[in-house]
Design a protein around this ligand. Structure first.
Ligand code: HEM
Length: 467
């Protein structure tokens, strides 16, 4: 069941759809059934009001940190105890990412983090943004050539756009442009067929017991590995090295911890991490933003006023200070529909949280989906109000860990500045010429597989602004 988007008075904010909230926690079998469809569908009303939740599913204790203070305790102060990703996440992504930093912990994570984080660091943004500006401008030209009466799937469209951008960023302009589509297809196939509800892990069975993924998932992972192998070899050839790319940057980096460089397998795994972490997250953010804008005329008008000030130029790094409202729209979109709506960790040893004992092996979570819509933290928590993120708005006065779409603590997203900038620049460039409109009669439903998305597709019509 879905709380349908509320059609409200023009001067009231838009309340976009969210899944039905149960009166109490569903019984176990129902819970497992709901988990298989979308993990957003399992939450009772009380989860949006409590500061800390504790339960037991089969043989595993689960703790949910649901206030800024408890989030800080687990993910910042006690990060060493809760650094390991949940078994579900590790087993679902291992065939794809190998020992990539997204699912590793301990010394491997530490070493890789020191190599990967610098390549997309905020201090390098100016040199990283040209592929964003370029790809968004190309997309505007393609949109202009389309028949405006022909609907387009905005979710897939934003997937292609962000894949182009991250592809060019990781592999360089030439190779990235040519290979993005093939990798996206294989990633999408993997996500479609991978088994995410890992019953063995829920039962508390040890890590060494083999969890076999379906054959199609293994084949998709193998296909990605082969593509990446070819690409990495190409990028690191004498010709490839002439172009700027994150692979080149990683290969040239020297680890300050041990003076070592990364070998090819490590580079390949981290390239897979960057592609996976850096493409669908931003694509979903953009797709949600287009949907929210299409339902909120006043907000869309204010955003377009900023886009118009660009006077037909595609937005670039230097324009960022002139796009505060566009940024607020992106930040509010990330509050309502955080692409990674659940951060789950496994306790590496016994510990304590919010005064309760946490046994080794327990699952400890922060759930942006809950925290970002918490009754005690936000006014009108389910409404779309970008103004709260403008200077002096509600968000500015919140404790630090109230808004956590990029996670927090030592494992915070290394591409946060890049992803936010990418969403702002793409939205500004494309809004200058187009006012995407939802195809009438479309029901939009938030679902979460590996990431939170507006269902499987988002059909929209590309209305022109300046005919
Ligand atoms: C709107 C866009 C993005 C969002 C919302 C987002 C969100 C996140 C979140 C929540 C995590 C932590 C996951 C967890 O703890 O389970 C994460 C990790 C990560 N993200 Fe992002 N991300 C975005 C874009 C990007 C981009 C563009 C890149 C790379 C260019 C990137 C690279 C990474 C990496 C490498 C990690 C793993 C960090 C670690 O484990 O140490 N992300 N991201």
């Amino acid at each position: 069941m879905l709380a349908v988007a509320e059609a409200v008075r023009a001067d009231e904010p838009f309340v976009p759809p969210y899944p039905h909230r149960h009166a109490k926690v569903p019984p176990l079998l129902e819970l497992l059934r709901l988990l298989r469809t979308s993990f957003l569908d399992v939450w009772p009303q009380s989860s949006f009001e409590l500061e800390f939740l504790q339960s037991r599913v089969l043989f595993r204790d689960i703790f949910i940190c649901n206030s800024p203070a408890t989030v800080q305790e687990a993910f910042v102060d006690e990060a060493a105890t809760y650094q390991r990703k949940s078994p579900q996440m590790r087993h679902a992504l291992k065939p794809l990412l190998g020992d990539g930093l997204f699912i590793s912990d301990g010394p491997v994570w530490q070493e890789r983090r020191r190599m990967v984080a610098p390549v997309t660091h905020v201090s390098r943004l100016a040199s990283l943004t040209p592929p964003i500006t370029e790809a968004a401008a190309e997309r505007a030209v393609e949109w202009a050539a389309r028949d405006p009466a022909e609907p387009l799937d905005m979710l897939a469209e934003m997937g292609h756009l962000t894949a182009q951008i991250i592809g060019r960023t990781i592999f360089g302009r030439r190779l990235g442009s040519a290979s993005a589509a093939g990798i996206v297809q294989a990633f999408a196939e993997y996500q479609r067929v991978v088994r995410q509800t890992d019953l063995f892990s829920l039962l508390g069975l040890p890590d060494w017991m083999p969890r076999r993924q379906p054959r199609r998932a293994r084949l998709a992972a193998r296909r990605i590995d082969v593509i990446l192998e070819g690409l990495v070899d190409n990028v690191l050839s004498a010709e490839g090295r002439q172009e700027a790319s994150l692979i080149r940057d990683m290969a040239e980096g020297v680890n300050p911890l041990n003076g070592r460089t990364m070998d090819r397998a490590a580079i390949r795994h981290e390239a897979a991490v960057l592609f996976m972490a850096g493409h669908e997250t931003t694509a979903n953010t953009l797709a949600w933003a287009w949907y929210l804008l299409s339902q909120s005329p006043a907000t869309a008008a204010r955003l377009r006023a900023e886009a118009d000030a660009l006077q037909g130029r595609p937005a670039g790094f230097a324009d960022l200070p002139r796009l505060p409202y566009t940024r607020a729209v992106v930040e509010e979109t990330l509050r309502l529909y955080p692409p990674v709506p659940l951060l789950a960790r496994e306790a590496l040893r016994d510990g304590e949280l919010a005064g309760r004992k946490v046994r080794k092996g327990s699952l400890v979570m922060a759930v942006p989906w809950l925290l970002h819509r918490h009754r005690k933290l936000w006014s009108q928590p389910d409404a779309f109000i970008p103004e709260r993120f403008l200077p002096g708005g509600e968000a500015a006065s919140k404790p630090r860990y109230t808004w956590i779409p990029f996670a927090i603590g030592p494992r915070v997203c290394t591409g946060a500045a890049f992803g936010l900038t990418e969403a702002v620049l793409c939205l500004a460039t494309l809004s200058a010429g187009f006012a995407p409109r939802l195809v009438p009669g479309t029901e939009v439903r938030p679902v979460c597989r590996l990431t939170l998305r507006p269902g499987d597709s988002l059909p929209m019509l590309l209305d022109r602004r300046h005919a």
